[in-house]
Design a protein around this ligand. Sequence first.
Ligand code: ADP
Ligand code: GLC
Length: 471
Amino acid sequence: MEIIHVSAECYPVAKAGGLGDVVGALPRYQNQLGHIAKVVMPMYNTKFLYNNQWELVHKGGANLGYWWFEYTVIKEITNVLGFDLYLIDIGGLLDREKVYGYDDDTERFTAFQIAVVDWIAKWNHEPDVIHVHDHHAALIPFMMQNCVGFRNLADIPSVITIHNAQYQGWLGWDKSHYIPEWDQWKWGQLEWNNMINPLASGIKCAWKVTTVSWSYMEELKYMSNGLEALFEYEKGKCSGILNGIDTVVWDPETDKYIDDHYKALDVKRGKTASKEKLCETFELDPEKPLFVFIGRLVGEKAADLLPQVIGDSFYHIGRKMNFLILGSGDPYVESQLEILKAYSAGDYNVFVGYNEALSHLMYAGADFILMPSRVEPCGLNQMYAMRYGTVPIVRKTGGLKDTVIDYGDPDGYGITHLYASVGDITQGIFRGLELYEDKKRLKDVRKTMMKLDFSWDNSAQQYINLYSTLH
Ligand code: ADP
Ligand code: GLC
């Protein structure tokens, strides 16, 4: 089968979060199953672009409303990623340093999608499935079915995977002319709540809709930022497929970002060595258990609660632990976390920013990872952490609920709590300390976690099975 993944992110080309990790791994695993999976994404101004070799594949042009733009498609030629990677270059629009966060993101990603469809419409063969990810690629199924110039694509099956339904890419009807000439009677397939809603359109037009865990699929029917009724209505074509993790990139035995490699048998030695490095860099006490948080500092991740959680833990439990935070996002949360340093030096530190290498060292060196998320479609951090023998303390929601069993329950290994509240999270930390004191139990929990299989093999096959139903 030939599968074309269209996404705004793909690790290691460009990554802002878990979407990048998924699109950087899933196609490789699909290829290992004997299929031909390819990735198409925007050409940003990234290191990967300059450090790899490219060939020109196509040059074309299209309109974004009244603006005629030219685009170029280049392909990476050494197969360094284990799948064919195509980048779409639209000079001045996509070739920026960051993936998202510009005022003209609507124009950037709409033009990107138009270029992708315009290019594929010119192929002399049809791929077996177009698999789009999140709202940045979600207008593609609509365009394939309803744009006059792309009618030859109307019979190609499309699948949309929702990694995060909070972000939907809304735009006003005044921008409807951005979409290349389309059948105006089909406006209902673009519309939700009086706006053009790309994610809603993807859900309506794609042949199948998936999301990245089973529990999140259920949650979307009553909590999806306004799309609840749509998920209920379309439930017949919706399913959950749990993300896997890339066990080549995330492996404590070979991880290129850490010096002290280890496996389950010598986990204590390996983790202690990485922890000592972290503690030295961030002026923490290596004798104390280390609790970390890695992620976007946004409401979805309940990052706003962290300053109070840390303050309350020190106040109520005592200075028996260290906290280290890596993340960026909401400037207010960033500043609160910075301010906290003044009161908690020696037991707490924060790195505000994005740092891939540090994240790996933290998965390796931490004893516990906090994930109190209000919303978590899948969550990869907890799976990476467990592979490195780090105990996840998670709120029971979405993919966290599907991947972490409380160590108090039969066959359990992690720590779970019900609410994203300061009290619940602090109690989770307290339980973590108890576990840390019980050396025998901690050893068993680490061993159990490190044996869990979260690899992509199974989920990659589930996607293939899903595509097969469309032919
Ligand atoms: P989301 O995609 O919602 O941000 P996930 O748990 O799926 O959450 O994936 C987050 C990914 O991004 C993980 O690979 C995590 O290690 C990484 N990550 C998040 N924030 C940072 C950061 N500040 N520095 C380095 N890596 C980060
Ligand atoms: C999103 C979700 C996260 C998920 C990731 C990859 O960013 O917030 O939970 O793991 O996508 O699917």
